[in-house]
Each structure stands twice: as C-alpha cells, then as structure tokens.
Design a protein around this ligand. Structure first.
Ligand code: PMP
Length: 414
C-alpha cells in the first residue's frame, strides 16, 4: 500500500510544471480542471521514461522490451482495478476514454440486451457522452429513452429517479459527478433502485476520479468508466470496468488483431475479456502513464484534499455571489469544486475571453450538457473548476479578474 502524504498544496502544486507558467505576462490561474487535469512531473517522467526505454508492442513479442512493455501494461491494469476497488484486473478494459467506454457498452451489451419497448434511463444532467450513445441505441432498438429531470439545486432525487423506473427499464446510465454542476449523485442508492427492477447500471466516473475514491463494489454498479486525462494522466487512455458475467456474455465491438482466439477463412472466434475488447495495438504507453498517475493519486490524503477543495469552492462561491446579477447553477449539498454561473446581461464567452487576458483560464459554453442547460433556460454558462493544486490565492485572482471583467463589460471602461 502507498503511504498517504500530508496534504500540502504548495508542495503538490510545485509538481505540476504547467502551473508554473505565465500567460499574457500574468501567472497562470488554471480553473479548467473539469475539462482536463494538469499532469504531475512523476507522470510525465513515467510516460517519457517508458517510451525511451521499454517501448515495444504488447502481448506479441518474445524479446526483452516486449516482455517489459507487456508487464508494465498489465501492471497498469491491476493499478486501475485497485483504484476502482475492483477485485480482478481482468475485468478492466483499456479504452480511449469515457466516451469510448459508453459506446462500447451501448454497441455490445446494449445491442444484445435492449429491444423494442424496453427503456433506457438517463438523468438530465448527463454529459453528451453519457446521453447521445444511449439515445442512439434506443432509437436503433425501438426502445424508449427516458430522461429523469434534475432538481432546482442541481441534485438528482432518488425518489424522482425511482418514479421513472419500470419493469421495462433495461439500463440506467448516470454520472457519478456532474461536470457542469459538480453534483455528486447518490450512486449506491440509484443503483439499488434500478437493480430492484432488473435494470443494469452504467456509471460515468469521468469527473469523480480527481475528487473522490470510487469503489465499484460499494457502489454496486454493473459498469464504471473514466478517462485518464481527468485524473492526472495523458489523454487517449481510460478504463471501463464491468462485472465479469456481463463481459463474458458481451460480443466484441471492434475486431482485428489480438482480440481473437482463432481465425480461419470461414470463421473467427473471440478471445476472453479483456482482450476481446482491445482490438489492435492499444495505447500501452498511455496505460503505463495512467498507472503512474493512479499510483501518485494513491498517495493523496483524500480527506484533506476534499476539505481543501471545499474551502476553495466556498471562497469562490462567495466572490461570485457578491456580483450583482450573478446566478450560480448547481447548489446540491456535498457537490465538488465546480462553479457554474451566469451574470445578467453578459455573455459567458465575453467573460471567458477577458479573464483569459488576466491569466485566468475558465471554461465557457454548454459543457456538453445541452439538455441540462435547456432545463435551466440557458445556452451557456461560465465554469470555474478547482482542483487539489489550486490555492485561495487563485480564487482571489479569479474573483478580482471577474469583477474587472463585469465592470468593463457593463461600463465599457477598460
Ligand atoms: N462524462 C463526463 C461527466 C465528462 O465530464 C466528460 C468529459 N468532459 C465525459 C463524460 C467524456 O469524457 P472523454 O471526453 O474523456 O471521453
């Protein structure tokens, strides 16, 4: 087991080279972690080190580098399993990211298990990645696509969710944490309710991994997916965990090299999971870097981390709330450090561009959650998302820059 390090924001921050730069001659304040996390030096070193010394295609070779590379890739699979509290590494499939995981399950398990008249349930706060593939699956299979509304504070009510379940619900898919609002969904309760009507549960963990320590057994879900780039690893790698009996029964999605057992001119047969779902050369260097990122993350004191992020969120919420005409979206109790807001009469994109000139990076737009924004009568918000490496000084820089931007846009004065 890795030792937990005492939580020291300045020491952690110093591990992230990207945070030590200036933009427009101002020190960077990076508040776009919900889109992607920055990477600690240890992960960058692991990535480059692997490519510099051990690089060889996995599972195919008999030479020394091939065996080192394969070992590192499979070690990374075990590390992912550990990070998810999953008992078996072979139940982890490497994918490109959460989006690919959703599509994989929709196109394999979904095609086989969802039929005419069945229902697929999602919530209104889903990222398009955990919405559109299910919507397409429902349309292709003649199933009903049911969207559970969110509450005014941005939470998902177990009661309301349960009211939308029926004996025809085959699958419920929902986020662990909302990227647009920061809401933490009551995954274990929602899962129990869905499974009580015989549905399977897919959890989109994309936003959870940098704020929480999910455990798939405690959550009780059937599928759990996340993206490496949102948990301090490079883009292009992520993981899907699923219950073994589901993986065993699922047909392949993509086919080609490595995923087969036998190939003849007449017929091919499939290998067992996880290789059945990893056709072609996988992103093994990315997987190794993901393993390094998760090992780094095991050392974090999550209790202190969550306390730190809650303090950042409270301070940022206070700064935004003091602006006349500001409205915050998402105030669910226990939410993570994501702050979405709009300001009367001002375009989010104007705010984003002016803040950028002050060195403050926030995100503006739909956050790939158009159905959610429509529910609030909006087409865009500004979003500041805070991570373990942000400081109260970042919050002050953000608050000051936002005040300046609002004044500039309202008065026309620079
Ligand atoms: N779900 C959520 C909640 C997300 O925040 C994101 C990324 N913004 C995704 C899914 C999709 O992840 P990716 O683009 O890495 O596949």
């Amino acid at each position: 087991m890795s030792e937990r390090r005492p939580f020291d924001v300045q020491a952690l921050r110093a591990e992230f080279p990207a945070l030590a730069q200036e933009v427009y001659r101002k020190p960077l304040v990076y508040l776009d972690t919900a889109a992607t996390t920055q990477k600690p030096q240890r992960v960058l070193d692991a990535y480059l080190g692997f490519l510099s010394h051990d690089n060889a295609n996995v599972h195919r070779g008999v030479h020394a580098l091939a065996s080192r590379s394969t070992k590192a890739y499979e070690q990374a699979r075990s590390t992912v399993a550990r990070a998810l509290g999953a008992p078996e590494a072979r139940d982890v499939i490497f994918v490109r990211g959460t989006t690919e995981a959703v599509n994989l399950v929709a196109e394999t398990w979904g095609r086989e298990n969802v039929g005419p008249g069945d229902e697929i349930l999602v919530t209104a706060l889903e990222h398009h990645s955990n919405f559109v593939p299910w919507q397409r699956l429902a349309a292709a299979r003649g199933a009903r696509f049911v969207v559970v509304p969110v509450e005014t504070d941005g939470s998902v009510s177990v009661e309301r969710f349960t009211q939308h379940l029926t004996a025809r619900t085959r699958l419920a898919a929902f986020a662990h944490v909302s990227n647009a609002l920061g809401t933490v969904l009551p995954v274990a309760e929602l899962t129990r309710a869905a499974q009580a009507v015989g549905a399977r549960v897919f959890v989109d963990g994309a936003q959870a991994m940098s704020h929480l320590e999910p455990n798939v057994l405690a959550l009780g879900c059937d599928f759990y997916a996340f993206s490496g780039h949102k948990v301090f690893a490079p883009p292009g790698i992520g993981a899907l965990w699923a219950r073994r009996e589901l993986l065993e029964a699922m047909p392949p999605w993509q086919s080609g090299g490595e995923m087969v057992a036998t190939v003849t001119e007449e017929l091919s047969t499939w290998g067992p999971p996880p290789t059945r779902f990893e056709a072609g050369t996988p992103n093994f260097a990315g997987a190794v870097a993901l393993g390094a990122a998760l090992e780094w993350r095991f050392e974090l004191d999550f209790v202190a981390l969550q306390r730190h992020e809650a303090a950042l969120l409270a301070a940022a919420t206070a700064r935004v709330s003091e602006i006349p005409g500001a409205r915050i979206l998402g105030e669910a109790p226990g939410k993570v450090s994501v702050l979405s807001f709009v300001i009367d009469g001002l375009h989010a994109s104007d705010l984003g561009m002016i803040l950028d000139r002050d060195g403050v990076a926030i995100r503006v737009g739909t956050h790939c959650t158009q159905p959610l924004l429509a529910r609030f009568g909006l087409t865009a918000t500004a979003r500041a998302s805070f991570a373990l490496y942000n400081t109260l000084d970042d919050v002050e820089r953000f608050g000051d820059a936002l005040n300046r931007a609002v004044r500039m846009l309202r008065t026309g004065d620079p």
